[in-house]
Design a protein around this ligand. Sequence first.
Ligand code: NAD
Ligand code: PPY
Length: 357
Amino acid sequence: MFEAVLERWDGDHVVVRHHPGGAWIFVGIHSTRLGPAAGGTRLKQYESAAAGLEDCLRLARGMTRKLAVLGLPHGGGKAVIAVTEIPAGDERRRLFEWYADLLNSLGGSFITGPDVNTGEADMDVIGERSRHVFCTSLARGGSGDPSIHTAYGVFHGIRASLRHAFGSEDLGGRSVLVQGTGSVGAKLVQLLAEAGATVLATDIDEERARATGASVVPAAAALTTECDVYAPCALGATLNADSIPGLRCRVVAGAANNQLATEADGERLRAAGILYAPDYVINGGGALHGIGLEQLGWSPDELEAQVEAIGETLAQIYASADAHAISTEAAAERLAAERLAALDSRPTEAQRTVTRA
Ligand code: NAD
Ligand code: PPY
């Protein structure tokens, strides 16, 4: 089952472990060329272990591109803990302690942070036994929950997308549908509402969508509801050959990772006249938060400026896509490849030390 997934993998290392309690743990270290791989740990139920591995490896590849576009000194990685049921209490603590030991065995080649279904409390458990973790709580000396900065980056990405699509970034009178009102989505709803947008919200947990104060749309209608901007902030692959023809929006710009089911879907969106904000560009605020605050010593103001700059990076990608008549996804790939090549050709600290000696 794993063979077909691994055959398509173009990354450096895959770690596969089975926890005595039944969970499969996958760590995809896509690249360490620019530094230790960094990326969140996702805890989720999957149809099969192979589906968990596939998710992990696709997410890890996206992280390499994300961190290169952000200019951060890390390669891309991601971990998936594939469970039959989401654990709680002592069982959960023991799983994350065991996982911390696994991270230690990787010697710092992968540094993790939160992702879907994992948060500050889990990072704190890891932090009790391992240094290889971002976004532990402020009380433990970490930078805490990064989702406000992810939401803030998406907000600036939406404004840049509106400027490109409509000639103005003004949110007044614009409608935005936020799909998934969890950590990022709920904060995005607030930012958009404060800026004067008409916000529609949807979540499989309808109570969560209602709690945001936005107009609630049934989860099943999320992809076919008319709006200016569709902001996917739940899980991936919502943009595919079946869903794209039914979209009734001008812009897709949201936080979810792996929004495109296949590479061809970037071109499908372009052909449909829909401006797509590449996911790994618009959702970089969380990585800027963890790495900027904890490792690069950024002040809160510096972090805010870096997160706002996500809008400028998107504007650059949109201009490049227009100039070369390619999809925005392809233009983002070009930018990531350029940044990787430029950063890759710089001497590493070890090489600089040898030269100095
Ligand atoms: P979360 O788990 O807090 O929220 C996700 C929400 O989506 C939940 O409320 C869930 O009920 C809802 N949901 C799930 N399936 C749905 C469906 N089919 N339709 C509607 N709603 C659905 O997760 P989060 O931290 O807010 O992250 C959301 C997305 O953004 C994920 O794809 C994550 O990888 C990505 N992301 C998050 C961060 C971050 O800082 N948290 C950073 C970068 C990327
Ligand atoms: C993501 O952006 O998908 C993440 O995994 C966020 C992240 C990345 C690196 C460190 C902390 C959080």
